[in-house]
Ligand binder design. Structure first.
Ligand code: NAD
Ligand code: DAU
Length: 330
């Protein structure tokens, strides 16, 4: 089987490539990645037999050629950071919408199986005390340019399944953490701040809740859906990992042996979603998936160790990210 993995030089995609090479020796991997600021060849270092094609998912000619030679496309490529989408939405429209459309047209022409990676943010947010969690029946209600373009991409996939019979599945996952995550994101930003002796930065009061899942658990669920999911279905992926941002920062401070109050409150994100929470019972019951990383603190500790051991990977990006955040008072 030859699989085309878009965005395979980014955080989740690179972990997916590594998991695939490790666990599925019969699968040949081609990565299509534009190597934007978020993609890095170094995330694929040491892997043998993985072909990296540098180019955009919105390049119809290139996409057509690569899809024609594939049995499966797993589509991770996206502009993924909410804060960036508030500064400049245009690459989000281009990659997340036009890129997904371009891939869908190619898989339609060549009859290739497609799995679309999406986010729980398409559902908007929940109140802190709402007993409900997101399910695949929750109405779409995205808040940011990022989440609205992801929502649009999901709807394109659904329409291509219904109108053209494309063989596709969709997964909407909650917040991932683990190795190879860009230092612009919450957890790696605070870990690398703490390694540098800098105080973590909490947006607003820090009461916003995210439903954390280890990237290995996300990717195992993606393979379960590819192997056994029903065509046209949407599966929500989450590991019952709700924590508010203050709790996450305080756990990290403990891991680093620092005082619980050793952080700064900074300017909040405009339109900041309050809470995400996933009901993954369909995935668990129908496909038998279970998360392996059920202890958040120990998952964080191994992630901290990874950033300590791989400074050469993240250091080149750190200063530019902090300069960008300083400009918005964050
Ligand atoms: P990331 O920003 O770390 O990586 C994105 C990758 O896509 C990068 O390698 C980048 O170079 C590549 N890319 C961007 N534009 C491209 C283009 N036009 N053509 C080809 N490649 C392009 O993102 P991530 O956190 O790994 O997220 C991957 C996917 O998972 C995204 O679709 C995102 O919406 C989704 N997702 C992320 C999370 C999370 O917590 N990070 C949770 C749920 C879903
Ligand atoms: O829910 C899934 C989504 O999770 C994915 O679709 C996105 O691609 C991914 O980036 C992530 O989105 P968030 O906006 O939730 O992640 P981020 O890491 O940017 O922020 C997590 C929380 O931490 C959020 O409430 C904002 C807050 N935050 C973030 C940063 C960077 C801080 O308090 N301080 C910070 O320095």
């Amino acid at each position: 089987m030859r699989v085309l993995i878009t965005g395979g030089a980014g955080f989740i995609g690179a972990n997916f490539v590594r998991q695939t090479v490790r666990e599925r020796p019969g699968v040949a991997v081609t990565v299509l990645d534009a190597l934007t600021y978020a993609g890095d060849r170094a995330s694929l270092a040491g892997l043998e037999g993985v072909e990296l094609v540098v180019g955009s998912v919105a390049d119809a000619e290139l996409v057509d050629r690569l899809v024609a030679g594939s049995d499966l496309v797993v589509h991770f490529a996206a502009e993924s950071h909410n804060d960036n989408s508030l500064n400049d939405p245009s690459p989000f429209v281009q990659t997340n919408l036009v890129g997904t459309y371009t891939l869908l047209e190619a898989v339609r022409r060549h009859g290739v199986r497609f799995h679309h990676i999406s986010t729980d943010e398409v559902y908007g947010d929940l109140e802190l005390d709402d007993p409900a969690k997101f399910t695949d029946r929750t109405p779409y209600n995205p808040s940011s340019p990022y989440s609205s373009t992801k929502a649009g991409s999901d709807l394109l996939v659904r329409a291509w399944v219904r109108s053209f019979g494309v063989e596709a599945t969709i997964s909407n996952c909650s917040n991932n953490y683990g190795p190879y995550q860009h230092v612009e994101k919450f957890i790696p930003r605070q870990i690398t701040n703490l390694i540098d002796g800098v105080r973590p930065r909490l947006y607003g009061a820090g009461l916003n809740v995210r439903d954390w899942i280890h990237v290995e658990d996300h990717n195992a669920a993606v393979w379960a859906i590819i192997d056994s999911g029903r065509i046209g279905e949407t599966y929500l992926i989450g590991a019952d990992g709700e924590k508010n941002n203050l709790e996450v920062v305080q756990t990290l401070l403990e891991v680093f042996g620092r005082d619980a109050g050793d952080f700064d409150h900074v300017a909040d994100r405009p339109g900041h979603d309050l809470r995400y929470a996933i009901d993954a019972s369909k995935l668990r019951e129908e496909l038998g998936w279970e998360p392996r990383f059920t202890d958040f603190r120990s998952g964080l500790e191994t992630t901290v160790d990874w950033y300590r051991d791989n400074e050469a990977w993240w250091r080149p990006r750190k200063a530019a990210v902090e300069t960008k955040y300083a400009a918005t008072g964050q």
